[in-house]
Every structure is written in C-alpha cells, then in structure tokens.
Design a protein around this ligand. Structure first.
Ligand SMILES: Cc1cc2nc3c(=O)[nH]c(=O)nc-3n(C[C@H](O)[C@H](O)[C@H](O)COP(=O)(O)OP(=O)(O)OC[C@H]3O[C@@H](n4cnc5c(N)ncnc54)[C@H](O)[C@@H]3O)c2cc1C
Length: 455
C-alpha cells in the first residue's frame, strides 16, 4: 500500500499504459485509463502495428514486477535463434545465446494487451474508458480534455498525476516538453514495412521451424517472420520507400509476385494471399523519437513510445517500455511514493538509456539485413561466445546484454564499442579463430572492461 493515494490519469491503454495501470492499481491507487480506440476485447480491431512482438528479459522483468508473468507465459513461443534464409543456399540456424534460458519469445500484441487490461480491471482500482481521445492538456490547472469517438461528446478530467503512454504521436509529450522548454523530434527512416501471413499448414502445423525468428537478409532490405500460436507466422517486409527495389516499385500484383519469386522464392510458396495481404494491409512507417524532457518535475511523466519510440530491429521498443514501468515502480517505492522526486530521478537515468537503445536498434537493421551474411560476423559471434565463457563477469556479447540482461542500455552501448575493438584486435586479418591470443584477450578485457554490475 502507498503512503498517499493520488488520482492518476493514464492517457493511452496500449502495452505500456495497461502495464502501468496494473502496477498502480495493485499498489492501491485510483487509476483512470483513457484509450482512443475501442475495447480490443470486445471489438475486432487490428492490433495497430505489429501483430506479434519479440519479448526479452527486460520485458519479462517488467511483467514479473507487475505480477503478470504467470498470466502471459501461456502466450509465449520461444525463439532460440535466427533462421537465415539466404538466396539460393541452405537454411542456416544461428543461436541467439549459449545458455538454455537465452531465448526470446514471440507474443501476440493483441492477446498481451487484452490480458493486461483485464488484470488491471481485476485490481478494482482501475477504470478504463475506451474511445476517448485526449485532445488537450492543461498542466497548470491539472486537467485533460477528451473527445468521445462514440458519442461525439467532450469531457474534462482532473488529475493529481498524469502519465503519458499515448505512443509515438503523443499529445502528452507536446504539453510536457513545451512546459519545461525541452525539445523532441522524430527521425523518420527511409524504409517502410508491410505485414503478410504464412498460414498454418494442415492440422495447424507450422510450415517452417517454429522456435526461430526467420530472416531473409537481402542487403539493404529484408523479410522476417515470427511464429504465432496456432501454426501461422506473421511476416514483415522491410523495404525502402523509393529506389530499386522499393515499395514504390511494387505497384501491382505482377511486379510483386516477380519480386518475391526472385528474392524470396521459399517464402512465396508459403504466402498464398500475398497480393491480398500486400495491397490490403497498410504500409507502416518507422521512426525514432528523441525527446529531451520526459517530466515537468511535478506531476506529469512520459513513458514508453511517447518518450522514446524506436525502430523495431532490436525488438526492444516494448521491452524498453516495460523496463520503464519496472524502474518507475522501484523508484516510487524507494522514494516513499514521492512523485516529483521519482519523476526527476526516472528522467535522469532513462533518457540516456533510451537514446542508447535507439542507436543500437538502428545499427541492428544493418546487422539483420546485411552483416549476418558476412563470414567475419560469424567469427566475431563465435569469439564473443568464447570470451563470455572465459570471462563471464566482464565480456558478454552485445546482443546478449540487450536481450538477456538488465544492464542499462547506455552501459551496454559503451561496453559494446570496447568489445568490438577488442575482437577486431584479436582476429586481425585472420580467417578463423585458431590464432587468437588469449593472454592478450585477458589483458585487454581486464584493462578495458570493468566487471558487469547489473545482471
Ligand atoms: C513493426 C513493429 C514491430 C515491433 N516489434 C517489436 C518487438 O518485436 N519487440 C518490442 O519490444 N517492440 C517492438 N515494437 C515496438 C512496440 O510496438 C512499441 O514499443 C510498443 O507498442 C510501445 O507501447 P506503448 O504503450 O508505449 O505505445 P503504443 O503501443 O503505441 O500504445 C499507445 C496507446 O495510446 C493510444 N493513444 C494514442 N493517442 C491517444 C490519445 N490522444 N488519447 C488516448 N489514447 C491515445 C493508442 O490508441 C494506443 O493504444 C515494434 C514496433 C513496430 C512498429
């Protein structure tokens, strides 16, 4: 229980807003969530963006802190590594980690969100009102205005604490940043995405390896697929907006079929509704939100994509948002539920971390679509695993630090740069690892990498 109960308004009942509602409702606060869209538990609506997501350690720790993990676990499909689909070559499986628990999980965005909304309501401290779009915020008089998409009516809501979890196009962000003279911007990527489906085979069987994240890397663009419960895969094509090849160059079914036949022949065989999917589903845009201030230092705070939307190539946007929730809860408890102190402490650590994962997510696009095909990438991956076994407290491959640990992202980024330099020095011009000088490795690692302090 908390020392002083507050009226908390959460704008946005997506993944992060619904997790926050569970945490705060369970802590005894009166929480009102306002969500623009209809109730996804009662209306058949598109999940919005990606249909399924990769959940990793940071997200799992958030779910555990909210006491939600047991409810979510049945929805999870382990993915143990990348299944690469090179053009005109054998499939190649590359494990993500080297320990049995080092896997990531595919989870349905819709089912995850629905589960958290229901668990929030079960706390009996949380009310969720759907079809309510926040249109204006008055941070001075502490109220928010909503437009109801059902009735066309407008309402005003007063709050003690305002939490903005209204996603990449946040309205709360505008108000908060303006109030403290901060800045924000969206850096749009030159690549868009399109979701397609590989349906389940006969009797609900998976038509490709179930426990893997499939990638068709094609230098400059790629196709990926994540498994769903029930045997299907959600496939996403990431491709440039313009140029060759690009979405612009795929204006009709004929050219689309020819492109897939040439570049993704094995996938084409498994996507019977390619033309329908492609020309019916929206083309999604991708961008990075960089926002200098997340709080007014009193009673309003941004979390999740409203503060730090990132490109999806490290599968970390939701994970980072869930980590926000866990860190906020820990700080609130440590500060005896003093909100201003907590909000400022939260901002002080999280902004740099968000910037770091934003950068690493952009880098990972190049790794996924290009670098995974390089021999040197494989050498470094093997060496990274080897060094991790020899020096587990100091050397952890960067992908593992992001996906299987809770080491702050900015520290991961800095350590990653040093590790890369060490591995480059150890491999030199060699084509294999037979000549690696482990005495030098030990010296460099002890000199340059302090022990990892957070697991
Ligand atoms: C193609 C793609 C793939 C992705 N894959 C992964 C992945 O594998 N792993 C991962 O961790 N992350 C992934 N992400 C990122 C992830 O989707 C986001 O980081 C996550 O959804 C952020 O959650 P959120 O609650 O902050 O924002 P959102 O999920 O965007 O939720 C915001 C909510 O606020 C509501 N809202 C918006 N405006 C208003 C308003 N004015 N008033 C009231 N309500 C409002 C919206 O309707 C929505 O429900 C992916 C993203 C994309 C685009």
């Amino acid at each position: 229980m908390t020392s002083a109960k507050k009226r908390i308004v959460i704008v946005g009942g997506g993944l992060v807003g619904s997790m926050l509602a569970v945490m705060l409702g369970r802590s005894g606060h009166a929480v009102s969530v306002f969500e623009k869209r209809p109730d996804m538990r009662r209306t058949e609506i598109s999940a919005g963006r990606s249909i399924n997501l990769a959940l990793a350690e940071r997200g799992i720790q958030g779910l555990k802190a909210a006491e939600l993990f047991d409810d979510v676990e049945p929805l999870l499909i382990p993915m143990r590594g990348r299944m690469l689909h090179p053009l005109n070559a054998q499939l190649e499986f590359s494990p993500y980690g080297q320990r049995p628990h080092e896997v990531i999980y595919s989870v349905s965005r819709g089912e995850l969100n629905k589960t958290m909304l229901t668990e929030a309501e079960k706390t009996q401290n949380v009310s969720i009102t759907f079809n309510q779009e926040c249109t204006a915020i008055d941070l001075v008089h502490r109220h928010t205005d909503f437009f109801c998409h059902n009735t066309g009516g407008r309402t005003r809501e007063e709050y003690d604490i305002l939490l903005g979890t209204d996603g990449a196009n946040s309205v709360v962000r505008d108000a908060v940043v303006k109030s403290v003279g901060g800045t924000w911007r969206t850096d749009w990527l030159n690549h868009d995405y399109k979701e397609l489906t590989i349906p389940a085979g006969r009797n609900g069987c998976y038509q490709m390896e179930r426990n893997a994240l499939h990638i068709w890397p094609r230098h400059g663009y790629m196709l990926i697929a994540l498994p769903n419960l029930g045997g299907s895969f959600t496939v996403t094509l990431f491709l440039m907006k313009t140029g060759d090849p690009s979405f612009e160059r795929l204006p009709d079914g004929e050219r689309l079929q020819a492109f897939f036949r040439e570049q993704f022949p094995d996938a084409l065989d498994l996507i019977p509704e390619l033309n329908d999917d492609f020309f019916t589903n929206p083309t999604g845009v991708l961008g990075t939100v960089r926002c200098s201030r997340w709080t007014n230092g009193h009673d309003a705070l941004l979390l999740g994509d409203s503060a730090h939307a990132i490109v999806p190539f490290h599968g970390q946007g939701m994970n980072a948002g869930f980590e926000d929730c866990r860190v906020l809860l820990e700080l609130l408890r440590a500060n005896d539920w003093n909100w201003p102190t907590t909000m400022l402490a939260f901002e002080a650590t999280r902004v740099a971390n968000a910037d770091a994962i934003a950068d690493m997510a952009l880098e990972n696009y190049v790794i996924m679509r290009d670098t995974v095909l390089d021999q040197r990438f494989h050498l470094k991956k093997l060496l990274g695993f080897d060094l991790e076994q020899r020096f587990p407290d100091r050397f952890i491959p960067r992908y593992s630090m992001v996906m299987f640990h809770n080491i702050p992202y900015d520290s991961v980024k800095q350590r990653g740069v040093i590790q890369e330099e060490i591995m480059e020095q150890l491999i030199g011009e060699d084509k294999d690892l037979t000549k690696v000088n482990y005495a030098l490795a030990e010296r460099l690692i002890w000199e340059r990498l302090p022990p990892v302090t957070v697991s």
